[in-house]
Design a binder for this molecule. Structure first.
Ligand SMILES: NC(=O)c1ccc[n+]([C@@H]2O[C@H](COP(=O)([O-])OP(=O)(O)OC[C@H]3O[C@@H](n4cnc5c(N)ncnc54)[C@H](O)[C@@H]3O)[C@@H](O)[C@H]2O)c1
Ligand SMILES: O=C(O)[C@H](O)[C@@H](O)[C@H](O)[C@H](O)CO
Length: 263
């Protein structure tokens, strides 16, 4: 019997470029794309992280292409997409996972801090996607999946610029979805809540905040990176052919409301 899951979520014959794949979330998502049948190119600007992610994904038996680029440079964004497109033969999926943060109260943020966060989190997605669109349009369609954040909708102190950058990503997702709907390019975002990675170690490694997480997050815990795979496969596969301009919140229920301190 033919099983619907084998076709609806299959990435057989597809190709993908994953940015920031040296990171904890990017590498897990890139591996999931490879395990679903896609030929994957991974990107990072850190050699060690890139090599680690390559070895991690090659555990699946899939071959992986690697690309190094500093995404704060708009020209490098275009070159990365064009090189990945040439090496993969086509570009079906662009998964934007590269990101950065500097936690500081607003009064301490410098113009350099501001640009460093915005350039990676928002500006790079703009120019990577701009470079991917002609390739995807010429081949009849594609998928762009942006890793935004819960902080696009829910403000937390000390991450003002990060939150603004991610709100920008979620809004850019809608704008690109509208302009490219006629090219059969679906553009969507994922807004993860707190994911247990090195990126958030300063938060969960702190006793006060760990206690706060246990009360604030309805599930009582942070997410594991692999809990973002389901939303990613939905947005990267034929299953989302009629979904565009959306952000899927994967936050353990935070945005569902608030719980009294005493339930
Ligand atoms: N960890 C969380 O709780 C969480 C929650 C919501 C959203 N996110 C988002 O998920 C994405 C991945 O997060 P992560 O936890 O895997 O973080 P991570 O730091 O492990 O991964 C981010 C990767 O981006 C790369 N990168 C940073 N600056 C770059 C630049 N200028 N050029 C090229 N590459 C660059 C880093 O080398 C790193 O490998 C980020 O966009 C982050 O904002 C994370
Ligand atoms: O301090 C941080 O680094 C940020 O809070 C993020 O990493 C959060 O995990 C996320 O943005 C919540 O969605």
């Amino acid at each position: 019997m033919a099983r619907i899951l084998d076709t609806l979520f299959s990435l057989e014959g597809k190709t993908a470029l994953v940015t920031g794949a040296g990171g904890a979330i990017g590498r897990v998502l890139a591996k999931a794309l490879a395990e679903s049948g896609a030929k994957v190119a991974i990107h990072d600007f850190d050699d060690e992280r890139l090599a680690g992610a390559k070895a991690f994904i090659e555990e699946t038996g899939a071959a992986v292409l690697t690309f190094k680029a500093d995404l704060t440079d708009a020209k490098a964004c275009r070159t990365l997409v064009d090189d990945a497109h040439a090496a993969l033969g086509k570009l079906d999926i662009l998964l934007n996972s590269a990101g950065t943060n500097r936690r500081k109260p607003i009064v301490e943020v410098t113009p350099e801090d501001f640009d460093a966060i915005i350039d990676v989190n928002l500006r790079s997605i703009y120019f990577l996607s701009q470079a991917a669109q002609p390739h995807m349009a010429a081949q009849g369609g594609g998928k762009i999946v942006n890793i935004s954040s819960l902080s696009a909708k829910h403000a937390f102190n000390t991450i003002s610029v990060y939150a603004a950058s991610k709100a920008g990503v979620s809004q850019l997702t809608k704008a690109m979805a509208r302009e490219w709907v006629g090219d059969n390019i679906q553009v969507n975002a994922i807004e993860p809540g707190f994911v247990k990675t090195e990126f958030t170690r300063p938060l969960w490694d702190d006793e006060y905040r760990a206690d706060w997480f246990a009360r604030f997050i309805p599930t009582g815990r942070l997410a594991n990176p692999d809990e973002l795979i389901g939303a990613t496969l939905l947005l990267a596969s034929p299953a989302s052919s009629y979904i565009t301009g959306q952000a899927i919140v994967v936050d353990g229920g935070v945005l569902s409301g608030a719980t009294w301190v005493k339930p």
